[in-house]
Design a binder for this molecule. Structure first.
Ligand SMILES: Nc1ncnc2c1ncn2[C@@H]1O[C@H](COP(=O)(O)OP(=O)(O)OP(=O)(O)O)[C@@H](O)[C@H]1O
Ligand SMILES: O=P(O)(O)OC[C@H]1O[C@H](OP(=O)(O)OP(=O)(O)O)[C@H](O)[C@@H]1O
Length: 211
């Protein structure tokens, strides 16, 4: 039997993902050692391999077949646009992708004005403004602390993740429009899905029982 390889997004989702796999008897204790610099971990008994990578790299590994299965946020799947099958909503990592800004920016979204939109998610923002709203905008790519942009005058609005809303509140900003709901998803390489369909379907069935 060949190894099934999992690419798991680092950061916020990783702990939940490992806990979920543990619930169905898939453990990889080595992965929990935060001091280790080892990158890939093997469960010999179940013929599984796991590695953690930056979230945006997960769909890349899965599209190329370097990983059979990936776990990553819906935001990353939409932004990366890779050819992968999204097979399951895992339920955790819930948040919303939103257009946010100061309340005074709300009319700018109604009148088809050319506004500046700062975001870590240029593809999601472009798709939303061009294809859903039919509004021409200038997209400004940032890499973090997106809420700063409208405060310092870099952009009129932002497209970003809202979870509890505290970052917005503490900075005098608000949700102006919702783009889509986000949560952790399981993705599968299309060829692996055919070649190992029994094992992958069994995994999905077992995960469904604990979600
Ligand atoms: N409050 C939140 N902020 C950001 N992501 C969240 C939040 N709540 C849930 N998520 C989900 O968790 C995923 C991973 O978030 P995390 O911040 O760890 O990764 P990241 O944004 O790639 O991090 P970094 O830029 O620090 O490498 C996101 O892609 C998203 O799906
Ligand atoms: O609604 P809240 O619960 O406040 O969460 C939303 C915030 O969390 C994320 O930022 P993150 O902490 O990942 O930092 P970053 O801005 O550097 O990406 C996101 O980009 C928002 O800024």
């Amino acid at each position: 039997m060949r190894y099934l390889t999992f690419a798991l997004g680092k950061g916020r989702l990783a702990k939940h993902t490992l806990e979920l796999f543990e619930k169905i008897g898939i453990t990889c204790d080595e992965m929990k050692d935060e001091n280790s610099r080892k990158l890939i971990f093997t469960n010999e008994e179940l013929k599984l391999r796991f590695f953690l990578s930056k979230g945006p790299d997960v769909p890349t590994y899965v599209e190329y077949g370097a990983a059979d299965i990936g776990v990553v946020g819906k935001d990353t799947i939409l932004e990366e646009g890779r050819k992968v099958h999204e097979v399951m909503d895992l339920g955790y990592g819930s948040c919303r992708m939103c257009v946010c800004g100061p309340l005074k920016a709300a009319p700018l979204l109604e009148n088809h004005e050319i506004i500046r939109v700062a975001t870590k998610y240029p593809n999601i923002a472009k798709d939303y403004f061009y294809n859903t709203k039919h509004q021409t905008v200038e997209i400004i790519k940032l890499n973090g602390s997106i809420e700063l942009a409208p405060i310092v005058g870099l952009s009129e609005v932002i497209v970003d993740i809202v979870e509890t809303g505290s970052t917005l509140r503490e900075n005098g900003l608000t949700v102006l429009e919702e783009v889509c709901p986000i949560s952790a998803r399981m993705i599968v390489n299309p060829v692996s899905m055919r070649m190992d369909s029994d094992r992958i379907r069994d995994l999905i069935t077992r995960l469904r029982t604990v979600i």
